[in-house]
Ligand binder design. Structure first.
Ligand code: SF4
Length: 420
């Protein structure tokens, strides 16, 4: 009998990707063929995103694309965009069911032909763990939801309250994955709020992951989590990689207040200095929103000064875009030309700083995780998250970690050679 095909289309964050991969593994075990591509299929699972108006629009457009490709297909929708507006998806042609963000696991019940009603779960959804993995590194979701309510962000309204996964369940999955993967990335919506019995527990989790035979990398963090105690533990871990993605958003206290971000520019710089005191060669990367409502040229200058002070290895720059349903969407927006100008200025300094950081590794040894081939190169990231380009060699397998040495700046990373 011909196996039915399910195309699983994922938008948005690494947590969405993790959840889609968990669904894929379970559906494959049930005998379905799954694909991550928009191909002709019997069923489509659309895991949507609503972090910006653009991503929400894209989520809706996917339904029309699917209908064009296969008007008879059944479409199952889940994720933040459908949570934000269930009816608008339910009314669309081909949409057979919409699943609550918190209960994506019920999609399995749908394919088992079980009747289900999406009662909300209390706590972490353990029905959606153990993902299929077909890339060089593995992801583990340790936390979901967010209690911070940054004024520009819709996520807390769509992913609910912060919930954390038991340490033992994470360690068990990590041990399992470390048999096949040389790097594991811990992800969450707000991992800095990882708590067990209402006590911050990221340190306890990392302690228990320190003997896992794979590199341990952390997804996005908030300043509040940076303490001497946590850095001490990270320093003591043989498998911890010195890359910190520490979300900044703005370097100006007035703008941070208006964003409802719970730290000052000074506190952010202190946290970075603390990180450098434990990891002098750490790569600190970040996200910055420019043109937030009310941001003056002086405010923006504070951000530029902070950026030069911290010397980020990479900055993801975003022009503010008002997200319907957030408090910031009610603020008076900044003129597009001002946003464009500030994006240009910040992006060029970001590029300079990235080059400056990467140049430090010309002639220096690193350990590169081979992730894919790109033309004549094997491409992947070093332990400190520099993108490396190594001349292609058929004997090297994707997913292996290779000792390399920096040669010269290349694209947004470094050309490297085999190191000793
Ligand atoms: S920390 Fe802020 S930006 Fe991040 S998910 Fe929570 S509310 Fe959104």
């Amino acid at each position: 009998m011909k196996k039915e095909i399910i195309s699983i289309l994922t938008l948005g964050c690494k947590v969405n990707k993790y959840e889609s991969d968990c669904l894929a593994k379970k559906l494959q075990a049930m005998g379905f063929v799954t694909s991550e591509e928009l191909i002709v299929a019997d069923y489509y699972i659309l895991n949507t995103c609503a972090v910006t108006n653009e991503s929400e629009k894209k989520s809706r457009q996917y339904v029309s694309k699917i209908n064009k490709l296969n008007p008879n297909a059944k479409i199952l929708v889940c994720g933040c965009a459908s949570d934000a507006n269930k009816d608008s998806f339910l009314q669309k042609n081909g949409v057979d069911a919409v699943f609550d963000n918190q209960r994506k696991d019920l999609i399995i019940d749908y394919f088992e032909g079980k009747l289900y009603d999406d009662v909300r779960l209390s706590g972490f959804n353990y029905n959606l763990t153990d993902p299929k993995i077909d890339q060089a590194r593995a992801y583990i979701k340790i936390q979901d939801g967010c209690n911070r309510f940054c004024s520009y962000c819709i996520i807390p309204y769509l992913r609910g309250r912060s919930v954390s996964r038991d340490i033992s369940s994470v360690v068990e999955e990590a041990r399992e994955l470390s048999r096949d993967y040389n790097e594991i990335v811990l992800v969450g919506i707000d991992m800095s709020d990882y708590k067990i019995n209402d006590r911050y527990a990221l340190r306890d989790l990392l302690l228990q992951l320190s003997d896992i035979d794979a590199r341990i990398r952390l997804g996005s963090l908030e300043v509040s989590v940076v303490t001497n105690d946590l850095l001490e533990i990270m320093k003591g871990m043989p498998n911890f990689v010195p890359h910190f993605h520490l979300s900044l958003q703005s370097g100006d206290d007035d703008v941070l207040k208006s964003m409802n971000r719970k730290y000052t520019a000074r506190e952010y710089v202190n946290a970075c200095e603390m990180i450098y005191s434990y990891f002098p060669n750490a790569n600190i990367t970040t996200d910055i929103i420019v043109g937030f409502p009310g941001e003056t040229e002086e405010n923006f200058a504070s951000t530029m000064n902070l950026v030069k002070k911290v010397k980020f290895g990479k900055i993801h720059c975003f022009p503010f875009s008002a997200k319907k349903g957030t408090r910031a969407a009610t603020f008076v927006d900044t003129a597009p030309e001002i946003k464009k100008d500030r994006m240009n200025r910040l992006s060029s300094i970001a590029e300079e700083l990235q080059k400056e950081y990467n140049l430090k590794y010309v002639g220096k040894g690193m350990e590169m995780l081979i992730e894919e081939t790109e033309g004549d190169y094997l491409v992947g990231y070093s332990e400190n998250y520099i993108k490396c380009y190594l001349p292609n060699n058929k004997n090297i397998v994707i997913g292996s970690i290779i000792k390399v040495k920096g040669l010269e700046l290349y694209k947004e990373g470094l050309k490297v050679e085999y190191g000793k």
